[in-house]
Ligand binder design. Structure first.
Ligand SMILES: *Cc1c(COP(=O)(O)O)cnc(C)c1O
Length: 453
């Protein structure tokens, strides 16, 4: 018996992701006719939601209300919002479209938070009528809300979004706490803090404070310092009001995701430990909490699988031309240094591809030269008919389609793999048909431009 095992290296078995890719190819979810699809690990999503809940359990156990409002922009897909609602999460919405999705997922108004820098009067009126929490962005918006509150009573929890102006993280476009960020009331500008305190003292219905210092690339201490700024401001307002007027702090989302390996780091728990160090007052139970995490709940659980249509070479560089490019990985293609993705190679049957690493470009289907999801990346040499999988793409990728070249939105499927390895799929979104795509592109108005002379 010993002879059978001697010297054989431990080969890791297939992961649930490997099983899902194989099953997606086998069952035709990824096929020559539908050459790209998004796959979502449902058990993984539930696990992340449970981790988030349990990390803040000490608050709930002490009777402090906590709402985890999922940032809908990270995965604007109704079944995903429904799944998260099942796990006790609400929604953070930032447009009428996102609100419509949250409502379609049966997320109740009391678990919905509206944040957007450009809310129209109609949006504000609807939110207040529904009782949805609104984080007011600026003095002009506050004036609009004043008028609405005066005209009809509302049960909607209301607060101001403030920008503590702490500085940026590693990605400028994602940093919302810079001196000149477009979001919230810039707290360190001259007279701003006093204006905010006065605004609260004049309006007993302002009961919340909101901050979100950035997404991805933010260090935990900087995130915690943003929460500290909220906490200190709430204490100041309440001291001046002589009562606990501000009762809830909305600390935003922004926990960064590790795109370099399968490891989840940092964790929610690590973030809460940094919060405990830097904002101990938060843990004394005087403030209810709202969180707005997006990427950290979903990213690790999604995979884009794309067929390799052609393998070629140019200037000595092998190139795999696949069906996943800027339409599903927009940020990675346009800002590759800030948004690198891991690519895994699978063969034509959807099995992990073996072979020596060969530096190659993994290109997408779009008609511009920069449509590359990976450049000069060492991978087993991809051949036509193989599959390239873009890992960690559960947030802001297949749910955030870019309609370049009229490429259709790919299908998205949730999966579970039971211990025996049996994979089950559920549809999140069917692939967009050419009829739908034509309709969306003005198909019903084909003759109209010709009538203008
Ligand atoms: C985008 C955004 C979030 C979510 O950020 P993640 O990095 O996905 O966690 C939360 N709150 C606000 C206001 C946002 O704009």
């Amino acid at each position: 018996m010993t002879g059978l095992t001697t010297g054989s290296p431990t080969v890791p078995g297939p992961t649930d992701r490997d099983r899902a890719v194989r099953a997606a190819v086998e069952r035709g979810l990824v096929s020559p006719a539908t050459p790209v699809a998004g796959l979502l690990d449902v058990a993984g999503v539930r696990r992340s939601a449970a981790e988030l809940r349990s990390t803040f359990a000490e608050f709930t156990e002490a009777g402090v209300p906590v709402l985890h409002a999922f940032a809908v922009k990270a995965a604007s897909l109704v079944p995903v919002l429904r799944l998260l609602a099942d796990e006790g999460l609400g929604c953070e919405v930032a447009s009428p479209g996102e609100l419509a999705l949250a409502r379609a997922a049966h997320v109740p108004a009391r678990r919905t938070v509206l944040d957007s820098p450009a809310k129209t009067p109609a949006e504000l009126r609807e939110a207040l009528a529904l009782g949805i929490a609104v984080n007011i962005d600026n003095p002009e918006e506050l004036a609009r809300v004043d008028a609405l509150v005066a005209s009809a009573p509302t049960g909607a929890p209301l607060g101001l979004r403030v920008n503590p102006q702490l500085g940026g993280g590693s990605i400028g476009a994602m940093s919302t706490a810079t001196d000149t960020s477009k979001f919230g009331v810039a707290l360190r500008d001259e007279g701003a803090r006093a204006w905010v305190v006065r605004a609260y003292l004049d309006r007993p219905w302002l009961t919340r404070l909101h901050g979100h210092v950035g997404s991805q690339g933010m260090a935990l201490p900087l995130m915690a310092d943003g929460v500290r700024a909220l906490f200190d401001l709430a204490e100041e307002i309440n001291a001046q009001a002589g009562r606990a007027q501000v009762d809830t702090l909305d600390i935003g989302g922004g926990l960064p995701v590790n795109f370099a390996s399968d490891r989840v780091t940092p964790t929610y728990r690590e973030y809460v430990e940094v919060l405990r160090e830097r904002v101990p007052g938060l843990f004394r139970g005087r403030y209810g909490l709202v969180t707005e995490f997006g990427r950290s709940l979903l990213a690790k659980h999604g995979t884009v699988v794309a067929r390799v249509e052609y393998a070629k070479s140019a200037g000595g560089r092998p190139i795999a031309v696949t069906h996943a490019g800027a339409q599903v990985a927009t940020r990675t293609v346009f800002v590759p240094d800030a948004w690198p993705l891991r690519v895994a190679a699978y063969d034509a049957r959807g099995l992990p591809k073996e072979g020596p690493p060969v530096a190659q470009d993994v290109a997408g289907p779009c008609c511009f030269a920069g449509d590359l999801v990976a450049e000069n990346r060492p991978l087993p040499l991809l051949e036509s008919g193989d599959h390239a999988a873009l890992l960690d793409t559960g947030a802001y990728y297949f749910s955030t389609h870019f309609a370049y070249n009229s490429l259709p939105r790919p299908g998205v499927y949730g999966y579970t793999a039971d211990p025996s390895g049996e994979v089950r799929f559920a549809t999140v979104r069917t692939p967009q048909t050419l009829e739908e795509l034509t309709a969306e592109s003005g198909g019903a108005h084909g003759e109209e431009l010709r009538t203008l002379r």
